[in-house]
Design a protein around this ligand. Structure first.
Ligand SMILES: Nc1ncnc2c1ncn2[C@@H]1O[C@H](COP(=O)(O)OP(=O)(O)OP(=O)(O)O)[C@@H](O)[C@H]1O
Length: 376
């Protein structure tokens, strides 16, 4: 189910011109600074805000088309919306909240699918409770269940974790992961938190000041150093797909294979071949000209400098392709040669006399695996 959004809107002095389409299933993060227009975009998709011009299409259904005077009513859009605060109906039980949208919807889910959703979200024991005595995490799970049981064609999540503390976030994040992996539903996920985006998202739309700056796979977007003006929140880094190659419970380490490169991390407990996501922040990567000896970091990777760009006067963002074989790096398909990023001071780069195409070593200080930071 594809989503295509091409709209213009004006709120006071704020001008929104969003243009993106998502062809792949999975989670798409809408990422950008506060006030950049993320909520307005999903309100437009949901039909809560009517844009001045443009078009919104979901699969083969046109939800809005200014030129053809089409503006589908909210309840006909088949869109599930989860707000920052759960917004459950306080006078209804969890059960009645859950089935509120489903009752009004003619395209009901099969009973077994309904049961699957309730079990996936772990809310079967809450059905007879009232919303006011649920925890924040439980409320959000019920809100997610309510949206899913209405059998939407797309799920819109507006910073669904921002009101929760870290422990409640950790409680609910695995449900989003199951949702991503089990249900073939496109999800638009508004988030400020780059760690959440790196853990959950497949695609990413980067928005700044009402404009869509870039749009693509999260693996590409998080590595784009040219998006550095947003870096304060962006925290430049790299997300890489990997899998568990082997593990040693006695030594308490797991070995991951990431495009042929071995990465050692503290023991994960996952079975061999389990796919995982690595998030390596640029500030956690050091560069050495020769392989350093006698250091505690476990991952020292031969890399070649393929790009150097100033992020501001004092720091440089350096892209490092895996391997020392420059010919393979230049001629091989990009996907065969993943790169990571290092953010170092210009002073360090001068001191090390770093230059383009130089063969160096990346010393990785910590890796986040599936959203969990693994200090080396
Ligand atoms: N009802 C309104 N009246 C006036 N300005 C508004 C209104 N709603 C939104 N805006 C403005 O539109 C811009 C975009 O707001 P929006 O909520 O879409 O941003 P956002 O990226 O979701 O921000 P945040 O991450 O802080 O939630 C902001 O400058 C905001 O102040």
């Amino acid at each position: 189910m594809s989503i295509s959004v091409s709209i213009s809107h004006q709120i006071g002095k704020f001008a929104l011109d969003a243009d993106f389409s998502i062809e792949e299933p999975g989670i798409t993060a809408l990422f950008g600074p506060s006030g950049s227009g993320k909520t307005t975009i999903i309100n437009i998709i949901a039909g809560l805000t009517r844009p001045r011009r443009g078009r919104v299409q979901l699969g083969d259904r046109v939800l809005f088309d200014h030129a053809r005077s089409i503006n589908l009513a909210i309840r006909k859009r088949r869109v599930g919306y989860v707000f920052q605060d759960a917004r459950l109906f306080p006078h209804m039980s969890v059960h009645d909240n859950l089935y509120y949208g489903a009752k009004r919807n003619r395209l009901k889910l099969a009973a077994s699918d309904q049961q699957d959703i309730i079990e996936m979200l772990g809310i079967h024991k809450l059905l007879h409770r009232q919303p006011n005595n649920l925890s924040g995490g439980e409320k959000q799970r019920v809100a997610l269940g309510r949206a899913l049981l209405a059998n939407p064609d797309v799920l819109l999540l507006d910073e669904p974790l921002s009101a929760l503390d870290q422990a409640r976030k950790e409680e609910i994040l695995p449900y989003f992961e199951s949702l991503r992996d089990q249900r073939k539903l496109p999800i638009l996920y508004v988030s400020h938190a780059i760690d959440e985006v790196a853990r959950l998202a497949d695609q990413m739309v980067v928005i700044d000041n009402g404009k869509t700056l870039a749009n693509g796979s999260v693996f590409d977007m998080l590595g784009r150093t040219d998006l550095a003006p947003l870096a304060g929140q962006f925290d430049t880094g790299t997300v890489l797909p990997a899998r568990v190659a082997s593990r040693d419970p006695k030594a308490q380490v797991s070995f991951l294979d990431c495009a042929g490169q071995r990465i050692v991390v503290p023991y994960l407990g996952h079975a061999i071949n389990t796919p995982v996501r690595l998030h390596i922040r640029a500030r956690d990567v050091m560069i050495a000209r020769t392989p350093p000896a006698g250091i505690s970091a476990n991952n020292v990777i031969p890399v070649t400098i393929i790009r150097m760009a100033g992020s501001n006067n004092d720091t440089l963002d350096i892209s490092l392709a895996f391997g020392h074989d420059l010919d393979a790096i230049h001629t091989g398909p990009a996907s065969d040669r993943p790169s990571i990023h290092a953010r170092i001071t210009s002073w360090s780069a001068n001191r090390l006399n770093l230059g383009l195409h130089q063969k160096v070593f990346a010393v990785i200080k910590s890796v986040t695996v599936n959203g969990h930071l693994r200090e080396q």
